[in-house]
Design a protein. Structure first.
Length: 137
C-alpha cells in the first residue's frame, strides 16, 4: 500500500454550528475504519489538519471534508507519498487552542500567531503540529 500525507488548512464557517467534540468523534470513527491517522488543530478560527493513510482513502476523505460547510477557504498545502506516518498514534488527534504553551510552540516557527496563507510554509506547519502532538501524548 502506498502511504500518502495530505496537509490543508481552512477557516471555520461562522454561519454554521460547530460542535468540535461531535466532529472529532466522527473523524475518529470513520478514520479508524480506513486506517487513516492524523491530527486536527483548531484554534477557534482556523483548522489545520494532517491526514495520513492509503492514497485512495486520503483522497476520498479529503474530497468529503472539502465539501463540508462547517469550514471555508480550504487551502491544500501538500499531498505527497511518504515512507512513514508522522502521526501514527491517533485516528485523529485533536489539539485545540493557541494559548499559553501552544502559543509559545507556534511562535517558535512563525513570526505571529496569525496563520497567513501567503507566508505559511508546510514544513514549519508540520513541525508545529508534531510539537503539538508531543504535547498531547
Ligand atoms: C475541519 C474538518 C475536518 C474533518 N476531518 C474529518 C476526518 O478526518 N475524517 C472524517 O471522517 N470526517 C472528517 N470531517 C467530517 C466530514 O466532512 C464529514 O462530515 C464526515 O466524514 C461525515 O461522516 P458521517 O457520514 O459518518 O456523518 C471533517 C470536517 C471538518 C469541518
Amino acid at each position: 500500500m502506498n502511504l500518502t500525507r495530505l496537509v490543508y488548512y481552512s477557516q471555520r464557517n461562522p454561519s454554521e454550528t460547530l460542535n468540535v467534540q461531535d466532529l472529532i468523534e466522527t473523524c475518529q470513527r470513520n478514520n479508524a475504519r480506513q486506517n487513516l491517522t492524523g491530527i486536527l488543530h483548531y484554534n477557534g478560527d482556523h483548522f489545520l489538519q494532517v491526514l495520513e493513510g492509503g492514497r485512495a482513502e486520503v483522497s476520498a476523505i479529503y474530497h468529503r471534508i472539502a465539501r463540508d460547510t462547517r469550514h471555508v477557504n480550504i487551502i491544500l498545502m501538500e499531498c505527497t507519498d511518504v515512507r512513514e506516518r508522522m502521526f501514527p498514534v491517533w485516528s485523529m488527534g485533536l489539539h485545540e487552542g493557541l494559548e499559553g504553551r501552544s502559543r509559545e510552540i507556534f511562535l517558535r516557527y512563525f513570526a505571529t500567531d496569525e496563520v497567513n496563507p501567503e507566508t505559511v510554509n508546510v514544513d514549519s506547519l508540520l513541525d508545529v503540529l508534531q510539537d503539538f502532538a508531543a504535547e498531547l501524548s
